[in-house]
Write a protein that binds this ligand. Structure first.
Ligand code: ADP
Ligand code: MG
Length: 701
């Protein structure tokens, strides 16, 4: 699209207000009627056709925020314009600014001022932003954003999320604005086929947009074209050999000084993976047969653990190797991007795909792939993609301890070639995988990730590290300055339905929930909390409120049944429902109470909690607690359309091994177990991700 030019003559890289407004007008967004006046002896006669009052604005290079320079005059009569322009020119000259010309336009009626903008984020690409306040937008910081293309739902959610959204609907007797017109404007900017697609987008901003009961008008517009669009193209590899290579080669293990390479030889041997070492002289390394070069190894997968400077040479020999993992660090992350570029170039030349550099590798029990000691866990259905090898190792070990079973885990380190988005796309079609965890630190390929998340049919739990440290270019417009601080990750999660979690613990917790309930066709809504009486119930209500999960009241017609079970004597029957649970409680009680309630009202989630400590006050027998877990498991099997969750509060009071046994019993029945109400609340809230997939008809297919 041609912009620039006009009577004032083009200035490269600068688009003046009236030119940006012409773009808006063409796209169907109302802007004030106006006249542009240029030239050394400007003729203001042309303003005659405008309706009073009018606004006078100077434009030219260096006039970015016009009000700051005294380059805006409001409320003029036509007869005053020429005079005002002369004085404005003088005042600007005193500041060393020579305007290229003037824009005289009709003054719009007052209303609610909004900001509407587009910005190309370096990682996520085009982002739509809106907020209240117009010129005050920056000070109020009351803004919302979403990745383009936005849907009408996204836009309405953005507007609804503004703290001041009541102003749009009429506040204290004021008339509400035409919200439909605001939505339309935002869709024109950020919706399918919107301006974001048609501009060489750096930033585009309408600020303010004045919204009134009868419509919207954009009274200022600013457009900063971008030098070059960012974003990396990502291929679409077949990653089966990454996770299930027939054999692997390890480069860098030593015959004299055991190092990381030797450690991997041990891991692979323990996992039963056919492995060869690559060594220039030795015929074997630590009991593993060795070959002199990678090309001679005949492996599907190579692990390279040599100093950074030598990695590219090794990778260049990887002809015929499907995947080459560079474990070594010392590349881009250490301020040596040129070494990383060499590595990518070497991988391309050899025809191998590169994992890393600076990564731990791959874990896949069914493929005997591993980067952790202590043997392989059970093969399962949960995948993990992590930019941190250390974190992935912890999630594997702790997760398996808590009952997770993994299909595929890939650590990507610097992701110089194989990227998280590409892996996610492949996992989405992997028959072994039913849920995905993502740990990311770098938003560089945010756009590709957004697209992969939007397309996936799997539930995804997303943990982002270093959200506050995102490096962002200094922005000339308000819009640019308002993007950041992790809000973009929240927008991405909302738009794609991924569950954004705040800690490693919650990542494991939410994945456990997905593993247990991912294939369950749950119906109903809200959660029922049931457990022993006391402050725990009150705190449970708070924890679920905090997580955004509603504890809807009990159905009235279930109360007689509950009383019949002996509940509610001396206390009210409510949600959370208080039942005696402990060593002398009847384990069947919870099951029968829940059945009585669900017959009348389908809660989607039932959260049963116990105080583990109370089971061990008068003895050490674990049997009553295990019996309780069995009863709850039985309830889950009986009531398959409801998601059961067990919270074992104060679990550290159980003798060693008892918690594991409880988890095993519950796990067999498909009930995830949490040690705190807060962790359970986060996981139950993430169940929305499953509901959304089920609604889209995507889950279980
Ligand atoms: P700046 O470059 O300082 O953002 P603007 O063009 O946004 O300059 O003008 C400053 C303020 O003047 C706007 O925030 C708005 O309140 C008011 N204004 C500008 N143009 C108009 C107009 N055509 N109708 C009504 N108000 C206007
Ligand atoms: Mg403005």
């Amino acid at each position: 699209m041609a912009v620039g030019g006009g009577e004032s003559g083009p200035v490269p890289g600068v688009v003046f207000e009236h030119e940006a407004k012409a773009l808006l007008r063409e796209a169907g967004v109302p802007v004030p009627r106006g006249v542009v006046i240029t030239g050394p002896a400007p003729d203001f006669g042309a303003v005659g056709g405008l309706s009073e009052p009018v606004v006078l604005k100077a434009f030219g290079p260096g006039l970015v925020h016009k009000s700051d320079s005294g380059a805006v005059r409001l409320g003029l009569r036509l007869a005053e314009v020429a005079d005002a322009a002369g004085r404005m020119r003088e005042a600007l000259a005193a500041r060393g600014i020579a305007p290229s010309g003037f824009l005289v336009e009709e003054q719009a009626a007052a209303g609610v001022e909004l900001i509407a903008g587009l910005v190309r984020d370096p990682g996520f690409g085009p982002v739509l932003l809106t907020g209240l306040g117009g010129v005050w937008a920056e000070a109020l910081r009351d803004t919302a954003l979403a990745l383009c293309p936005v849907s009408e739902d996204d836009v309405r959610r953005m507007l609804g999320s503004l703290r001041g959204s009541a102003l749009l609907h009429g506040y204290r007797g004021g008339a509400g604005v035409d919200v439909g017109a605001v939505v339309k404007l935002l869709m024109t900017l950020g919706g399918p086929g919107g301006l974001w697609e048609r501009l060489e987008l750096g930033e585009f901003e309408a600020n303010p947009v004045i919204a009134t009961p009868s419509g919207v008008v954009a009274v200022d517009a600013r457009y900063l074209p971008s030098a070059s669009p960012t974003g990396r193209a990502t291929g679409g590899g077949d990653f089966r050999k990454l996770f299930e290579p027939r054999s692997v080669a390890v480069v860098g293990a030593s015959t004299t000084r055991p190092n990381f390479g030797n450690m991997f030889l041990d891991f692979y041997r323990a996992a039963g993976m056919p492995v060869v070492a690559v060594h220039p002289e030795a015929a074997e390394v630590a009991g593993v047969p060795a070959v002199p070069s990678l090309a001679a190894a005949g492996a599907d997968y190579a692990l390279v653990a040599v100093p950074a400077e030598r990695c590219a040479d090794v990778v260049r020999q990887a002809t015929g190797v499907a995947y080459t993992q560079v474990m070594s660090g010392g590349f881009g992350e250490a301020g040596r991007p040129e070494l990383e570029a060499d590595l990518v170039e070497a991988a391309r030349a050899a025809g191998t795909r590169l994992l890393g550099p600076n990564c731990m590798g791959v874990y896949c029990p069914r493929g005997r792939q591993t980067f952790t000691g202590g043997g392989l866990g059970p093969p399962g259905t949960v995948a993990l993609i992590s930019q941190s090898g250390g974190l992935a190792g912890e999630v594997i070990k702790v997760g398996e301890r808590r009952g997770l079973a993994f299909s595929r885990v890939a650590t990507v380190g610097n992701a110089a070639d194989v990227t998280p988005a590409e892996l996610l796309r492949w996992l989405s079609h992997d028959p072994e995988t039913r849920a995905v965890g993502l740990y990311l630190e770098d938003p560089r390929e945010g756009r590709a990730l957004y697209e992969a998340l939007a397309a996936t049919t799997l539930p995804v739990a997303l943990l982002v590290g270093g959200r506050s440290a995102q490096g962002r270019r200094a922005a000339a417009s308000h819009t640019g300055g308002l993007v950041g601080d992790g809000r973009i990750w929240r927008a991405l999660a909302e738009q794609t339905g991924a569950a954004l979690v705040g800690s490693q613990d919650d990542l494991i917790g939410v994945l456990s929930f997905f593993q247990a309930h991912g294939a369950r066709p749950a119906s109903g809504d809200g959660a029922l909390v049931i457990g022993p009486s006391g402050g725990a119930s009150v705190l449970a209500a708070d924890a679920f409120d905090q997580a955004g999960v509603g504890l809807e009241p009990l159905p009235g017609d279930a109360l007689p049944d509950l009383r019949g079970l002996g509940l509610g004597a001396g206390s009210t029957l409510a949600n959370p429902l208080e039942v005696p649970v402990g060593p002398r409680g009847r384990p069947e009680l919870v099951r029968r109470a829940v059945a009585a309630i669900l017959r009348r009202r389908p809660y989607r989630d039932v959260v049963a909690h116990v105080n583990v400590q109370s089971f061990f006050t008068y003895g050490t027998s674990a049997e009553p607690l295990l019996e309780y877990a069995r009863a709850l498991g039985g309830a889950q099997e009986e009531l398959a359309g409801t998601r059961f969750t067990l919270v074992t509060r104060n679990g550290e009071c159980a003798p060693a091994g008892v918690e594991d046994e409880v988890r095993r019993i519950a796990g067999r029945a498909g009930v995830p177990v949490y040690r705190s109400m807060e962790a359970a609340a986060v996981a139950v809230a993430a169940g929305r991700t499953l509901d959304r997939l089920a609604l889209d008809g995507r889950a279980g297919s």
